[in-house]
Design a binder for this molecule. Structure first.
Ligand code: HEM
Length: 213
């Protein structure tokens, strides 16, 4: 494993595999959170299932390891890219050769990480270790937080940044691991864009709905 990680291809493949894993997590997390629209009972039931199911409990550790690995390898990749870019070419115009999302992966990644720290502090830690932050149920805590305009705005901003990060990350993960990547390039790119919009709009709709009702 150490040998594999010491090659740049190895690191990109691990980035891609952890990326795929996080993409799956986001779909499951969005699905569970959308049950907020079905009311208190539905969301609390889904929450209870997530908190007591054995497989999900084990997967939480895998998720944490996946997140940490993805972040550390992402930072390392950026530092390496910067070092190799220190020899600049006069004719190189980054804005013409790469998309805005691909040029800013480290920035959007770090901002999403800051969001995640805030999110875990206010949701995960409160529900798991702090008697639901003084609220009766999970639903009450979640919906109360989205009553603040600043909190809701920060969340929506984070979801847009996450969407931008995913719009490049999705296709990049296929490129790093994929045999046949070129053949399906356009299809993968479009699926990635559709997925990013689904994530950004799906999560934002929850925050905005509970802010406005
Ligand atoms: C409206 C949007 C969101 C809501 C309402 C929401 C809600 C929640 C809740 C209630 C928990 C605690 C679950 C429990 O431990 O019982 C949680 C945990 C978590 N959330 Fe979110 N979340 C949202 C968006 C996101 C996004 C966009 C990400 C990733 C970038 C994310 C990542 C996590 C992680 C890693 C955990 C801890 C693992 C887990 O408990 O599943 N969440 N979220």
């Amino acid at each position: 494993m150490n040998k594999f990680l010491s090659t740049s291809i190895g690191r990109k493949v691990i980035m891609a595999i952890t990326g795929f894993f996080l993409i799956t997590f986001l779909l499951v997390h969005l699905g569970i959170n959308l049950s907020l629209f079905w009311g208190k009972e539905a969301f609390n039931g889904a929450s209870e299932f997530m908190a007591t199911n054995g497989v999900i409990q084990v997967m939480q550790y895998v998720l944490a390891a996946g997140f940490i690995m993805h972040i550390l390898l992402g930072i390392r990749l950026e530092l390496k890219n910067r070092a190799s870019r220190s020899v600049k070419y006069v004719m190189n115009k980054p804005s013409e050769n790469a998309s805005l999302a691909s040029r800013n992966m480290i920035i959007t990644g770090i901002l999403v990480l800051l969001f995640l720290i805030l999110h875990l502090k206010d949701f995960f830690v409160q529900l798991k270790f702090n008697a639901k932050g003084g609220f009766d149920t999970d639903y009450d805590l979640v919906t109360a937080l989205f009553k603040s305009p600043l909190y809701t705005a920060l969340y929506v901003l984070a979801f847009v940044l996450l969407g931008i990060h995913l719009s490049h990350g999705f296709q990049s993960a296929f490129q790093s691991t994929g045999a046949n990547y070129n053949k399906f390039k356009a299809c993968i790119k479009n699926t990635g864009i559709a997925f990013s919009i689904l994530i950004a709009v799906g999560f934002s709709s929850i925050a905005l709905y509970f802010f406005f009702i």
